[in-house]
Ligand binder design. Sequence first.
Ligand code: AMP
Ligand code: MG
Length: 343
Amino acid sequence: MYQRTVSRGLSLLLPCVLLVAGCSQLPLDDSRSLLGTQVTITIHAIDKDRLSENQLPAVMQEAFEEVARIQNLAQWRQLRSLNSYAGVEPYEIGGELIALIDQSYLLADETGWAFRPDLGPLTSLWAIGTDEARLPADWEIQAALARIDSTRFTVHDTVTAMLEPFGASIDLGGVAKGYAVDRACVVLHDLGVTAAMVWAGGDLRVFGEKPNGEPWRVAVRHPRDPEQYTAVLELRGDRAVATSGDYERYLEVDGHRYHHILDPLTGYPSRASVSATVVAPTCMDADAYATALFVLGPEDAVFLADELSLPAMVIAAQEDELVTRQTSSFDRLRASDEAVLQP
Ligand code: AMP
Ligand code: MG
């Protein structure tokens, strides 16, 4: 059996940033390798009463430190302990993790459980994107699904929670990057930054107005050609965009590709889509919605996105052709001159 694991740090979204030379340092951008991808922060404007330009490197540093903090939280010593104490006893995981899990369950409910945070037994079985990735036997998948269906998460007090039954496990891989992007934006804003973009592979958030009055431009990568893009969005104000794609992390076995977005109904990688992009107020929500819309496939995804008032675009492979469905609200965000833009 030939087996190959692929985990790409490729960007799914591409901010179109034009850096203009001048005496001001702004816009200023910096990138670090975090969360298994490249995280880029671009600061466009600051409140000059609270911040001077020579403080910008320190501001950048604090924002990246916050992303690193979430990365560590996301390696989730407490989360791993919550999972290993499943069915045994409550565990003190802290208020931040409880809030994250609670919000993830709300998102699960909203998306008809296409996104769900308790898929741990299944995601660890496949382990796509890690050295342990493998094609599980069908009985293993069915056993994991049964455990997921009986998972209960109970909050005991503000910091303590319990997971049941034994073997249940929470996986926040579908929202961790989005949450980290949100937190970086909060740090930047609290330190006096008035306009910025934070970008982590498939997840991106912008806030404030660019000083030149132009909208934020975000290019969505073509799912089959990394040199191309399928849409360019023009955003204003505080918005987040997330894309989930089947080309990000996958395992190849005997010429078949098994990617990292699992359908909670079947336990196998969802074949409903090849990429899903959604715009939402926060990046954590956008991150979960993108995963859910991917699982649902174009028709159901556009129906749900309309119901939730989310601009969204989903691409699927049907008979060797790519078909694209989008909400009218997504279409309205597309740049009118996108054909001439280079990502
Ligand atoms: P994303 O790349 O944001 O779509 O998130 C994919 C990650 O979320 C995977 O690597 C898994 O850890 C986890 N995941 C996979 N399928 C699902 C799903 N249907 N619901 C929630 N999380 C998922
Ligand atoms: Mg996601």
